[in-house]
Design a protein around this ligand. Structure first.
Ligand code: MSP
Length: 569
């Protein structure tokens, strides 16, 4: 049986319009999901929306809509944004899904029955003029006066339910220490360990409903057996990772009344096999909830902990954080224009190879985008595939020549003699890809594919393929045979490279596969289709899925047109 693999993104607040940050994390998850699927794993990929924040009810009231109507509309925007980038989650999950609400409440009940959730006193700073509790930090920053009206804040005590996070602090610390890849990247892991050492506090898991609150109806999740409280939105949202898969697959679009849909893949049967999650992806802003609060809740629930909690850095704008108040977001409309001009695959590639995947923030800059697009895609895989396809078309009537049985070549390069051992070069790239995916280094995995392309280009240059082609006459059958053998190596290497590039560029690689008649997909016209075999078999040099002499390899369209950096989007 293939190995289950569960990959998640945060579920996004519906009160924001989707922007580059949401698209970035979800693209990384999609690339990881495709890579694991290619490696032969049984993947379930979740994204979705977090719909029970206070602001949603307020925003709906303002618009004379029900919270459900407002959430449907906003959630739809996320779905649209993700579809434009060819992101294909298996489920777009929404916390207004009745199944989620029921199971999230059950989890809180279990925690309370086990004594891990208790009713205690929440002491906080209350801004009477604004009807709002403020955190200690915010209160301090404004000298214990309302940041809005300047009136003095009141210290208030409120009954609240708490989760005994403190009880799990030691076990959690041990788990993080014993499992170096539980929190990645390493810098983030060290931060969490450092903060754990300074001590923990129990965390509130409910909000008392105040008389001044708007009527929520049955929106949100009521505290089991105590409807005067609502489950705190963060706690309920974290539960989504479990509630989504504690069930049988309801199938595409079925049974998920609130509009959650299973997309892409066929009915997956009992989804419970996907726990524990393989990879929770997010940015550093919400790592604490995922790396500390959530694992402690899982321990209390008696469930296994996720394999890796990976917190990437931020996309920033000119070195500054993107925020509503600065109004400096890269909006979805701009991203869509990049998709229109350069293709969704180009945006996916840029995200996956140049984004803030590690611990350092990254800027989204137009000139850098075009530079990398030209270097890696237009002049990289695009140009290489078209050179090979064109020569096969021109000199071999579109029929791939025979491999000639020679797969290892010695050639003089400006740096000295170089051996091109194609089975080894490609097998090593596959090994690098596999290891990088396991280490959640998506950029390194994709670069392994690109490194094959670079070597093919080098091979074409050192074997003087173009001059050789021009020297062919009817009297030089040896030259033609040599050219054929060289071209076979190039084509087979590009085919293997294309497998490794597929997770970022599924649409362009599928198009190449169709023109070269080597699609490894069950349905060559569907980029979300399952693979016919795992990568090890697919990438075997001249193996059962390899290119065969005599097979049709057509020229095909240009995959990535060269771009002019001076041209705006
Ligand atoms: N609803 C919560 C998550 C609950 S998960 C159980 C939430 N939602 S959010 O809409 O604010 O999304 C935060 C996430 O969006 C970040 O963790 C990250 O994945 C993505 N990003 C938002 N802004 C970002 C950048 N500027 N850069 C990169 N990703 C960022 O928090």
């Amino acid at each position: 049986m293939p190995d289950p693999c569960y990959i998640t993104t945060p579920i996004y607040y519906v009160n924001d319009r989707p922007h580059i940050g949401h698209c970035y994390t979800t693209t990384l998850a999609d690339v990881a999901a495709r890579a694991h699927r290619l490696l032969g794993r049984d993947v379930y990929f979740l994204t979705g929306t977090d719909e029970h924040a206070d602001k949603v009810v307020a925003a709906a009231h303002e618009r004379n809509m029900t919270p459900q109507q407002w959430a449907d509309q906003c959630s739809g925007e996320f779905r649209k944004a993700f579809a434009r980038l060819d992101l294909a989650p298996d489920v777009f999950y929404r916390t207004s899904d009745p199944h989620h609400k029921r199971l999230a409440a059950d989890s809180i009940r279990t925690l309370r029955d086990r004594g891990d959730v208790y009713l205690g006193d929440y002491v906080g700073w209350y801004d009477v003029s604004q009807d709002e509790y403020l955190t200690e930090t915010t209160a301090k920053e404004s000298s214990f006066n309302s940041p809005v009206t300047g009136k003095p804040l009141e210290k208030r005590t409120e009954k609240n339910y708490f989760f005994r996070l403190t009880k799990y602090a030691d076990a959690l610390q041990r788990h993080i220490q014993a499992n170096p890849s539980f929190i990645l990247p390493e810098a983030r892991r060290n931060e969490v360990l450092g903060r754990l050492k300074t001590g923990l506090q129990d965390v509130p898991v409910s909000r008392a409903i105040r008389p001044t609150d708007p009527d929520w109806g049955d929106w949100g999740v009521a505290m089991p057996d105590d409807p005067a409280h609502r489950v705190y939105v963060w706690i309920e949202a974290l539960c989504n990772y479990l509630t989504a898969i504690d069930r049988d697959d309801p199938g595409p679009g079925a049974g998920l009344d609130a509009g959650s849909t299973a997309a892409g893949h066929s009915n997956r049967g009992d989804l419970r096999r996907y726990w524990p999650a393989t990879l929770h992806l997010m940015a550093k802003d919400i790592l604490w909830f995922h790396a500390v609060v959530w694992p402690a809740m899982l321990m209390a629930l008696g469930r296994a902990l996720p394999g890796t909690v990976y917190a990437h850095a931020y996309y920033v704008r000119d070195g500054r954080k993107m925020s509503k108040s600065l109004g400096n977001f890269i909006e979805i409309d701009l991203l869509n224009r990049y998709c229109d001009k350069f293709s969704p695959d180009a945006v996916r590639w840029y995200f996956a190879t140049q984004g803030p995947q590690g611990a350092t923030d990254a800027d989204f800059s137009h000139s850098h985008f075009v530079e990398m697009y030209n270097a890696d895609l237009a002049n990289g895989i695009g140009n290489c595939a078209s050179r090979v396809g064109n020569m096969v078309a021109k000199y071999f009537e579109g029929k791939l020549p025979d491999s000639g049985g020679q797969h290892t070549w010695r050639a003089q390069t400006p740096e000295g003699e170089r051996v091109f051992d194609w089975p080894r070069i490609t097998a090593e790239a596959v090994g690098t890809f596999r290891a990088a995916i396991a280490a959640v280094d998506l950029s390194a995995a994709l670069r392994a594919g690109l490194s094959i392309v670079g070597q093919v280009d080098q091979f074409i240059n050192v074997t003087r393929t173009f001059s050789l082609a021009k020297e062919i006459t009817p009297d030089t059958p040896d030259k033609k045979a040599l050219l054929g053998t060289i071209l076979y190596q190039c084509a087979e290497a590009v085919r293997i490279a294309s497998l490794l590039l597929y997770p970022a560029c599924p649409s362009k690689m599928a198009s190449l596969w169709r023109t070269w008649n080597c699609a490894p997909l069950r349905d060559p016209s569907d980029i979300n289709s399952d693979f016919i075999a795992p990568l090890d078999a697919l990438a075997q040099w001249a193996g059962p899925y390899g290119l065969a002499g005599g097979q049709a390899v057509s020229k095909g369209d240009i995959l990535f047109m060269r771009a002019d950096p001076a041209e705006a989007v």
